[in-house]
Ligand binder design. Structure first.
Ligand SMILES: [Fe+2]
Ligand SMILES: [Fe+2]
Length: 327
């Protein structure tokens, strides 16, 4: 009896302590202080961030595939060098982000396994094919452009390692966006065939890029707590609107037309109104039924298996160094 009563009191004490910690944690967030890996944090905050950062890392890594596909076919040496640098940057982004996720207590192996087993998600956009060279322009301009809209607010995310990783990532993304736009500009000012190729790429990438911001406000299951914890600073629809507003004039400058008959400048709001997004298509791609889901995962698996010797060699070298230092 006595022991039980004591336990109850201890449990109550612990609950009170946790409530106090949770309140102090929220106060720090409200005061715009950064949360660092060794600080106390609610389990749900850790879980949300691990999910978001690892999905982001997977997206960077899978995102190398559609463009890597064009490295050998880039039309000039200059284009090839820029594309190589860009794809390499994406790999670096993946690595910073896995490292940031590791500070929350999950190992990189665990996170990579989740990707390879199909358990973890990555951005739906990378399940679309790159059919022509203009797609490389459209990806840089639109996909990296949308990524910038999403990621600039993340530089102020409450979790320190994620926010700091994003600062460098965003600088590199802006180079990617410009190299893509410059490809589009060259095609749009080129022959009739080149301009048609640029328009066709815009037609195919426009809607999937609008889907990159995620489901419409109110339909997303993670938004409320992410906003409270200052992981998310703008809603999906706010970010989507910012992207549309920034991108439509860029398309017009190219002499191209986004494939949306309802796209119209709204004098009253100062924004571009756009048509209805096909959310069924988005759901299908997320469910694994996009045009390239299976190819992407198969390519990642193959690369992972073929890279096994590199991981083994690195681990063997690390073990050797450790035993040398101990001796
Ligand atoms: Fe990136
Ligand atoms: Fe990028």
């Amino acid at each position: 009896m006595y022991t039980q009563a004591l336990n109850t009191t201890e449990a109550e004490d612990r609950n009170l302590e946790d409530a106090g910690r949770a309140a102090r944690f929220q106060q720090r967030i409200d005061a715009e202080q950064r949360i660092e890996p060794n600080d106390w944090m609610p389990a749900a905050y850790r879980k949300t961030l691990t999910r978001q950062i690892s999905q982001h890392a997977h997206s960077e890594i899978v995102g190398m595939l559609p463009e890597g596909n064009w490295i050998t076919r880039a039309p000039t040496l200059r284009r090839k060098a820029a594309l190589l640098a860009k794809v390499q940057d994406e790999c670096g982004h993946g690595l910073y982000l896995y490292a940031a996720a590791e500070t929350l207590g999950s190992s990189r192996e665990e996170l990579v396994d989740q990707l390879l087993s199909g358990k973890a998600k990555y951005s739906s956009i990378f399940n679309y094919p790159t059919l022509t060279w203009a797609d490389i322009g459209a990806i840089g301009w639109l996909v990296d452009g949308a990524a910038i809209m999403n990621q600039i607010p993340l530089c102020r995310c409450s979790y320190g390692p994620y926010a700091r990783a994003m600062i460098r990532v965003c600088k590199e993304e802006s180079f990617h966006q410009r190299q893509g736009y410059e490809i589009m500009l060259t095609l749009a000012k080129g022959s009739a065939e080149q301009k048609a190729m640029a328009q066709d790429a815009l037609n195919r990438w426009w809607w999937p890029c609008l889907m990159m911001f995620g489901p419409p406000d109110g339909a997303s299951q993670h938004s409320d707590t992410s906003t409270m914890w200052k992981i998310k600073r703008f809603s999906n629809d706010e970010l989507r609107q910012k992207f549309v507003d920034a991108t439509v004039p860029q398309a017009h400058y190219l002499g191209l037309t986004p494939p949306d008959a309802e796209l119209k400048y709204n004098e009253a709001t100062g924004h571009w109104d756009y048509g209805t997004i096909d959310w069924d298509e988005f759901k299908q791609v997320l469910a694994g039924n996009g045009p390239c889901n299976r190819d992407r995962l198969a390519a990642r698996l193959k690369a992972h298996e073929e890279g096994a010797w590199v991981r083994e060699a690195a681990a063997a070298y690390a073990d050797k160094r450790k035993s040398k230092m101990a001796a």
